[in-house]
Design a protein around this ligand. Structure first.
Ligand SMILES: [Zn+2]
Length: 318
């Protein structure tokens, strides 16, 4: 697999072991995993993210790497998936919905603390890469990977290469405006990015929960709303139908631009089974084609896709 998705901080070296550590820096938890040359998982760790505390975040990541290396008794390469991206221009994080990470020099600081080069990529890009490599998008030429959870991130992988882009924002579809907005969707909710009516403000888990409350439902999670819809709750069903229609509009615009073979959903809301049947039945009006063969599928590697993709920012033996 060839990957051109990273920004490397620190001097390039090679590691003989071929073992790669991936770190998934999330808003609520930090996961770490070591994979062998043949793809086997050798060790894994998971801990809460020290929210709002940058210094503790750097230390926590370093501790996970050292802990895994102590367990496997060797050193490894380290790739990190981050919310947002590292600006190619400044070397600092931007576009993170964990907003306290924005403008921090995580690349330099972590590389110095672990005394080695470290590669970074957007977490959704890591997710898409993992699923395109040996997940639900394996064998596909063009894969659009979407994480629908606390936010709405996405990554584009073409022929096993992440499309990073000149501004390192390739795939950031969650901050496009929701296409074909209805009157009651304009201007739409305010997004943390400063815009109104971003796709993320309609398709994230908190957005679905807000939508349920606004329709007279209780304050429950997105996955619980889906469970209630299954049990026959008419409000939950109506809210989910509107959610599916919005997702169809949002993905239809992607199909027109990059025409993916497969769209893979990850994140908490990817556990809502009915999306895979219903959304493709709703997206045709928004796609410029007489038929749409694009598949919408759940992630194969579930929660571990982001951390696996981060590990694969390095090639074995690199
Ligand atoms: Zn936004």
């Amino acid at each position: 697999m060839i990957v051109h998705a990273w920004l490397t901080f620190g001097q390039d070296v090679t590691t003989a072991s071929g073992i790669r550590i991936g770190i998934d820096l999330g808003g609520t938890k930090i996961a770490g995993l070591a994979i062998a040359r043949d793809g086997r998982t050798l060790a894994q760790r998971r801990t809460a993210t020290p929210q709002g505390d940058y210094d503790a975040t750097v230390t926590t990541i370093a501790d996970i790497v050292r802990g895994i290396e102590a367990e496997i008794a060797t050193t490894a390469t380290v790739g990190v998936g981050i919310p947002g991206t590292i600006s190619p221009a400044t070397g600092r994080i931007k576009n993170s919905n964990s907003t306290w990470l924005n403008q921090t020099p995580l690349g330099d600081d972590l590389s110095r603390m672990l005394d080695r080069p470290i590669r970074f990529a957007n977490d959704a890009n890591c997710f898409a890469l993992s699923e395109a490599a040996d997940g639900a998008g394996a064998g596909a030429s063009i894969v659009f990977g979407v994480i629908v959870g606390t936010g709405t991130g996405a990554g584009i992988v073409i022929e096993q290469r992440v499309l990073t882009g000149a501004n390192a924002i390739g795939g950031e579809w969650g901050h496009n405006p929701l296409p074909a907005p209805r009157d009651d969707e304009r201007p739409g909710p305010r997004c943390y990015c400063g815009r109104d009516g971003c796709i993320e403000t309609f398709l994230s888990g908190p957005a679905l929960a807000r939508s349920y409350i606004a329709s007279g439902g209780a304050a429950i999670t997105a996955v619980d709303i889906a469970a209630r819809a299954r049990a026959g709750d008419p409000i939950a069903n109506r809210v989910l139908e509107r959610y599916e229609e919005r997702m169809a509009r949002a993905l239809g615009s992607i199909i027109n631009v990059i025409d993916p073979d497969v769209i893979v959903l990850g994140g908490g809301l990817s556990n809502i089974d009915r999306l895979y049947d219903r959304v493709p039945k709703l997206w045709s009006p928004y796609v410029f084609s007489d038929r749409v063969d694009t598949r919408l599928v759940p992630a194969k590697h579930g929660d571990s896709s982001g951390v696996r993709g981060a590990a694969w920012l390095w090639q074995p033996g690199e």
